[in-house]
Design a protein around this ligand. Structure first.
Ligand code: RAT
Ligand code: ZN
Length: 424
């Protein structure tokens, strides 16, 4: 009898598995499903270059552990002075051994720049001379990605001013509609909607729900997002008799269904635990997975992308995803995007979910970060995936290059394309 599945390629030998997986990962362009980058059309918002790389808030948090400068003194410096101080403190006087610091080294090295300069002038000259039209494709190539999904805030005054002038959609930078200000900061934002002609009130009563849906549909048509997204605190509960639940249940999720968009929930952030550090001042906590479970159960007709910030929530997330097919775990976000934890999370996801998840997004805020974040991902996840195949071989199943390619495509491309109901 003919086997049902005709695999035309030879089986990969156990001792070739690491290399084979590495090659497939290297030659597959990934979709980066969550970044804070912007298309060139939104150029004034986009960050790139050495001064931005060094003043990344992950590194600012580390600066205050090594330098005696106070946050107030630091914020009084110019961007260039801040970058000089961070370079001197974290890269010259100390070894850049942390994940975020090592990332800068990896970027400089990938761009053939000197990683041990004592002054940043030569690096500044390099970055200043780049032309975005060539530079962006070069960075995407170095990072091994085809798309970088943006994070687009319809209530950010700087960003909306650009959209209102008319922005062409950019196939390399699809949009994602981020609605934190509606679901988390209604108190300080309903008046802005009202000033734009939406009939809403502070308690989100009366026509508010209908009007929020109208607001969302205007921005969905303008930005053409691939999904809507929100970040939630560790302490959020669902259901609860509060504004957030009402707006989520009655406005946001019906709009997702109307426009066939998934909803991304990024759960576990404690904003501004140390406000003096500004963006570097956010913390995290363990969330109650029952809230996610309740959402998955109540809204079977919505699709959810879910990322959790706390390491302690990762295993529970896998288990909840096994119960609810409308949940798609994604990424190792922010504080869990470190080599040791990515390794652990990816292994438990493969073990509990097979290939039905999205292993990583970059969260890049500065263009060049794409390089190190995706290099780290390939380097860390490759051996974890290879190990699963080795166990499978040991248990009696041959693995071919086609199998590996199919799995890598699913993990880093088609699970997302299918979730957004789009394949290009
Ligand atoms: O990872 C980050 O850069 C954070 O500051 C957050 O922006 C987080 O990723 C988020 O999307 O809320
Ligand atoms: Zn983010």
């Amino acid at each position: 009898m003919m086997p049902l599945h005709m695999n035309t390629q030879p089986a990969i030998a156990m001792d070739r598995m690491d290399a084979a997986v590495e090659e497939v990962l290297a030659s597959t362009a990934f979709i980066d499903i969550h970044t804070h980058l912007f298309s060139p059309a939104l150029g004034s918002l986009g960050l790139w270059g050495i001064d931005e790389l060094l003043t990344y808030h992950y590194l600012e948090a580390e600066l205050f552990r090594f330098s005696s400068i106070t946050p107030d003194q630091y914020w009084n410096l110019s961007k260039i002075q801040r970058a000089d101080l961070i370079w001197k403190t974290l890269f010259v006087e100390n070894t850049p051994i942390s994940e975020a610091a090592r990332g800068v080294i990896a970027v400089l090295n990938a761009l053939n720049l000197d990683t041990s300069v004592t002054s940043l002038e030569s690096l500044r000259a390099f970055f200043c001379s780049q032309q975005m039209a060539d530079y962006i494709p070069r960075l995407f190539h170095l990072a091994g990605i085809s798309h970088a999904v943006m994070t687009n805030d319809p209530l950010d005054p700087e960003e909306t001013a650009l959209w209102n002038r008319g922005i062409e959609t950019d196939s390399m930078f699809p949009a994602a509609l981020r609605i934190d200000r509606i679901l988390n900061q209604w108190e300080s934002h309903h008046a802005i909607l009202a000033s734009q002609g939406y009939v809403v009130d502070a308690a989100a009563r009366g026509s508010s729900v209908k009007e929020v849906r109208r607001f969302l549909s205007v921005w969905i048509q303008r930005m053409k997002p691939l999904y809507m997204a929100v970040s939630w605190p560790d302490a959020f509960e669902f259901p609860k008799d509060d504004l957030r639940t009402r707006l989520f249940r009655e406005a946001v999720l019906p709009s997702c269904r109307e426009f066939d968009l998934p909803m991304a929930l990024m759960i576990g952030v404690r904003r501004q635990v140390n406000p003096a550090l500004r963006m570097a001042g956010d913390g995290m906590g363990r969330a109650d997975m029952r809230a996610v479970q309740n959402i998955a159960l109540e809204f079977p007709d919505n699709r959810f992308l879910i990322s959790m910030l706390s390491r302690e929530n990762q295993h529970e997330l896998c288990v909840v995803a096994r119960k609810f097919r409308n949940l798609l775990p994604f990424g190792c976000w922010w504080f869990v995007n470190t080599t040791s934890i990515v390794e652990e999370i990816t292994r438990e996801r493969l073990e509990l979910l097979g290939t039905s998840f999205i292993p990583q997004h970059s969260d890049a805020r500065i263009l060049e970060q794409l390089i190190y974040k995706w290099r780290n991902t390939r380097r860390t996840i490759g051996p974890v995936l290879a190990q699963q195949y080795k166990l499978l071989i040991a248990d009696g199943r041959q693995i071919t290059r086609e199998d590996v390619q199919r799995d890598v495509n699913r993990l880093f491309r088609t699970n997302f394309e299918n979730w957004i109901h789009r394949a290009d």
